[in-house]
Design a protein around this ligand. Sequence first.
Ligand code: SAH
Ligand code: SF4
Ligand code: F3S
Length: 481
Amino acid sequence: MKINENWNIPNLNEAKQRTKKQAVIEKSLFNIPFEVAQLGVGRTYYLRTYGCQANERDGETIAGILEAMHFTPVKNVEEADLILLNTCAIRQNAEDKVLGELASLKRLRKTNPDLIFGLCGCMAQEEEVVKTIIEKYPHVDLVFGTHNIHRLPTLLYQAMMSKERTIEVFSKEGEVIENLPVKRFGTHKAWVNIMYGCDKFCTYCIVPYTRGKERSRQVEDILEEIHVLIEEGYKEVTLLGQNVNSYGKDLQIEGGFAYLLEEAAKTGIERIRFTTSHPWDFSDEMIDVIAKYDNIMPFIHLPVQSGNDDILKIMGRRYTSEQYMTLFHKIKNKVKDAAISTDIIVGFPNETEEQFQDTLKLVDECQFDNAFTFIYSPRAGTPAAAMEDNVSEEVKQRRLQELMDHTNHWAREKNQAYVGKVVQVLVDGPSKKNPSVFSGYSQTNKLVNFTGDGICAGDLIDVKITAAKSWSLDGEAIKVK
Ligand code: SAH
Ligand code: SF4
Ligand code: F3S
């Protein structure tokens, strides 16, 4: 493999390391060099984002930067002068999808020889992926990672002017940069990063390597962002972190996430959500704050991963199934009508049938409102990847199906209980198929399709639920708030 000396290739061993050094918070580091600012005049870009909300939010920053450089967005890849794939590395099938897409997009070079292909996001942070791109995908012109999005103007300039491949990925996280531009994709719902990175190192998970160590934003910067969003007419914010419970630990913020959440609630924004919370460090103070404020939505995503203590231990989750259940019931008892969803992995190395049955038992006890279920996927460089991936594909598929039979059953049951009740819905807009049907989400994050008159996206509407389906509720609007 020919490695250009100007390239910066990620190194997994470096990405694993954690230093005690606090991240510097930069309020004005980002700027677009003068000669670069006009690069997008008369040029178009197409951005596709995969993966979690953190990546979605990064996509909004990338779009903000590109539009500050005068690039125009297009919805069709065929019309683009710049194609950027903002990727996810969480499971192998996510990566395969992107590599397939990259191969198929190559054809566009023929009709547009000046086309620039770029790859960014979590896959770009992986040493193996970048080596594969260098060797097998010569048409990829630009690779940058999650830690140097602020370098996009300069890197893009290099790639376009030199017509040479530009690869710059930092293995280690850098500063928290506060002055990056943002183009919000939502008109009444917004993502708000409260922290970056993850130090939990669950043994199966790639995120601590692709996102670096935990770095919190300052309380005042987060609150300022929420105030601006309120002024702009936003009704809902979702506070984002890989594990929001760790918020503020690095900055020694007293009260941590519970304090931030309370301050966020006091801004008066109509709705606050947050994701994700690790069951391990979910504090009682957090539960009290959620219960206290009407504008903190009674919906908690609480990934359990497995119902078996030995598997949980090898996963490095730091709780037992009993501790999970205790927390689960504490939340249910204190937060009125709370809905709880979860993530579960089947087929972790050595998972026996009995251990899998423990997961089913836990699912039946918790009766989750919703569950995201996954087949274990080994990620290169993680501790679990050193174990033999020895549950056969056939068994994994069967366990997934069986698990989904249980989780779907409870999702339906939970939805059924809403029939006849009135819920508050934040309207996303009319349905694509039928303009007199609207859709939106309830406080407990249920998708609601409903009929009504004079309704606009962003309205908060009371809706009477008339029927329940597995993944949504049907209803009729009562009144505009
Ligand atoms: N920070 C979030 C998780 C982000 S990843 C949290 O801890 O909740 C979302 C989900 O993907 C995880 O909860 C887990 O269920 C799943 N996941 C992560 N790594 C995986 C892997 N290697 N194979 C299969 N599923 C995985
Ligand atoms: Fe991954 Fe665990 Fe961190 Fe979630 S908490 S991102 S599962 S390492
Ligand atoms: Fe995927 Fe990276 Fe998010 S691996 S799930 S995009 S943090």
